[in-house]
Design a protein. Structure first.
Length: 460
């Protein structure tokens, strides 16, 4: 028993043993280090605790052995097991790991979510009953049910294709975080995905991509976030209309404390789209003139504010009911597209941001000055027409970038831009939210909140 353990030298095991002495308060630590080979649930707990609390690089050789040992137990269907040695107890309940120690004067509990991260959830100098405290802790962190409520589709279609159902809890993959969703923003591509406009996709599929919530667990390789951290972000095309979401960290950013969940969930895709269209594609500069079609919508409201912040002169089209709303955002000129042809009143702008497409885009060429730029989010502009008019034109595809999300969060927190939300609905009324988005003419955004006590859902 005192030879090598999983290829790890005895000297390294001695270092681990010292940690066990400190944690478990038991001089038989060397015996425990050897017993890890038999009790496969222990290594990962000890390794993670040692890495995060001792900063001991020599512990890392245990990782491969520990992970494989735990995986074998999971594959064998052992989702609940416990190992006790000395004053230390290592327990697994439904994939969540609890490590704690107890003595006459001290007790502590530590949750390791999905074998991925460490988060202190309780520390006390009292000598309260350990079993009672353990039960209280586990009840708060390990739900009896391992399913989540989600809005999903099993086939493409209209509102009838939506299901409000229980789905398995997603597991965070490498470079992902598991987020408990507090709010989810509604975007046009949510109902487009439902209708199958992006081609064949795996089913069933949870809709939604913009979210705000709290990190519940970390996937392998994640070190920039911590369990319990408030975050917001965007994951392409699916997953956010649910209580839990496994989100790639490339689309996740810390949520400023002064920004609420509804505001944060409304921002990601629209704010990033507006920023990239204005400054990465159109290269909008201070003092230039821009015409924004659909200025009162989700992207439009961010674009108007960001362009004004840049020092540009801003004109925007919208329906009559939204003209005063756009003036309130600071637009220099507003045009009722139902009453006035914009090309009759707007001339020689540097940039057109087309959020509408169709005939509106076709009529926009004549308002651009020579050397101007047209950027569309909805349809591909004619390069032949652009050449004839002496301008440049693009259809843009929004890229998800965590640094831009962080910037947008800071701008919202500082009051430099405002998040406009027309309607907030519970998750169970997702069908209504998607239908509002499909009809168009929403002022700002629609946001779904996670409501455990929602009324009768408007979907299956």
């Amino acid at each position: 028993m005192m030879g090598q353990l999983g290829g790890v030298e005895f000297a390294t095991r001695q270092r681990l043993a010292q940690f066990i002495v400190d944690f478990a308060g038991n001089a038989r630590a060397l015996l425990l280090a050897d017993m890890l080979e038999i009790n496969g649930q222990g290594p990962q707990l000890l390794v993670r605790f040692a890495q995060l609390h001792l900063g001991e690089p020599a512990i890392s050789p245990f990782l491969g052995f520990a992970q494989s040992a735990v995986n074998r137990r999971h594959q064998a269907g052992q989702s609940r097991f416990q190992h006790v040695i000395g004053g230390a107890v290592f327990q697994c309940l439904n994939g969540h790991f609890l490590a704690y120690r107890a003595s006459d004067k001290y007790e502590s509990a530590i949750l390791l979510g999905s074998i991925a991260g460490l988060h202190p959830i309780y520390k006390s100098s009292t000598s309260a009953n350990v079993d009672a405290k353990r039960g209280e802790i586990m009840n708060s962190i390990v739900p009896e049910s391992r399913t989540v409520k989600a809005v999903a589709i099993h086939s493409f279609g209209g509102a009838e294709a939506l299901y409000f159902e229980d789905l398995p809890v997603p597991e965070p993959a490498p470079e992902e975080v598991l987020v408990r969703v507090h709010a989810a923003g509604v975007n046009p591509f949510d109902w487009m995905v439902r209708e199958g406009r992006f081609g064949p996709l795996p089913m069933p599929r949870t809709l939604g991509s913009d979210f705000s919530g709290v990190v519940e667990a970390l996937g392998p390789g994640v070190s920039d976030f911590f369990v319990g951290q408030s975050v917001f972000g965007h994951c392409s095309f699916d997953g956010a209309f649910a209580e839990l979401l496994a989100a790639p960290i490339s689309g996740v950013a810390p949520k400023p404390s002064s920004v609420n969940d509804v505001e944060a969930a409304a921002a990601p895709w629209c704010a990033m789209t507006a920023w990239q269209a204005l400054f990465e594609k159109a290269d909008l500069q201070c003092g230039q003139k821009i015409l924004i079609h659909g200025g009162a919508g989700g992207v439009g409201t961010f674009a108007v504010q960001l362009a004004l912040r840049q020092g540009a002169w801003v004109a925007a089209t919208a329906s009559g009911r939204n003209l005063s709303f756009l003036r309130g955002l600071g637009a220099n000129q507003v045009i009722d597209h139902n009453a006035t042809r914009f090309e009759d009143v707007i001339k020689s702008v540097d940039v057109v941001l087309d959020l509408v497409g169709g005939e509106t885009q076709d009529r926009s060429w004549k308002v651009l000055k020579t050397g101007g730029r047209l950027v569309s989010t909805v349809s591909t502009p004619s390069q032949q027409r652009a050449l004839l008019c002496g301008v440049r034109a693009w259809k843009m595809q929004t890229q998800t970038r965590a640094d831009e999300l962080t910037l947008m969060g800071d701008l919202i927190a500082n009051g430099e831009i405002k998040v406009m939300v027309e309607k907030v609905l519970p998750l169970s009324r997702a069908a209504e939210a998607l239908e509002m988005s499909r009809r168009g003419h929403v002022r700002g955004k629609i946001v779904l909140t996670i409501d455990q006590e929602a009324s009768q859902p408007d979907i299956h």
